[in-house]
Design a protein around this ligand. Structure first.
Ligand SMILES: CC(C)(COP(=O)(O)OP(=O)(O)OC[C@H]1O[C@@H](n2cnc3c(N)ncnc32)[C@H](O)[C@@H]1OP(=O)(O)O)[C@@H](O)C(=O)NCCC(=O)NCCS
Length: 108
């Protein structure tokens, strides 16, 4: 159906980056959001991380909505930060801190 990936864990800084995708038959059921929340919970609680980030294409409304439903805060925009299909695309950086997750754990 798709996946939520943790691209890396930086152990020294206790941070990580996650991303998500779904096949077209599996969108609009809340699966990316549920998967994203589950991965955040796992990374904060099992790996004791401090900060987790997501980067979403500026025009990728669906992806940005997943980040926001998972409780991440928009920080800024990375200019032409990712190669998508046939060109570089600006991406919005989102993040969530462990204390924010603990204070307001999203409903699964
Ligand atoms: C980004 C992507 C995963 C988002 O998929 P999505 O289906 O919009 O996200 P979710 O799985 O969280 O589903 C949320 C949608 O399901 C709807 N929904 C329907 N039934 C639901 C239910 N039972 N529970 C929760 N949400 C439900 C929600 O209302 C929401 O739709 P809305 O935004 O129109 O309100 C998908 O568009 C995708 O794979 N795109 C291509 C890859 C990509 O761009 N990846 C990100 C790279 S930056």
């Amino acid at each position: 159906m798709g996946g939520v990936v943790c691209w890396y864990i930086h152990k020294e800084n206790r941070n990580a980056e996650v991303g998500h995708w779904l096949g077209s038959a599996s969108t609009e059921h809340g699966l990316a959001t549920r998967g994203g929340k589950a991965v955040l919970e796992y990374l904060f609680e099992v790996h004791d991380l401090h900060r987790i980030k997501m980067q979403c294409g500026v025009a990728n409304v669906a992806s940005r909505a997943v980040a926001e439903r998972c409780g991440l805060t928009q920080e800024g925009t990375g200019r032409e930060s990712h190669w998508i299909t046939d060109g570089f695309v600006d991406h919005v950086l989102y993040s969530i801190l462990a204390k924010e997750w603990a204070a307001n754990p999203p409903v699964m």
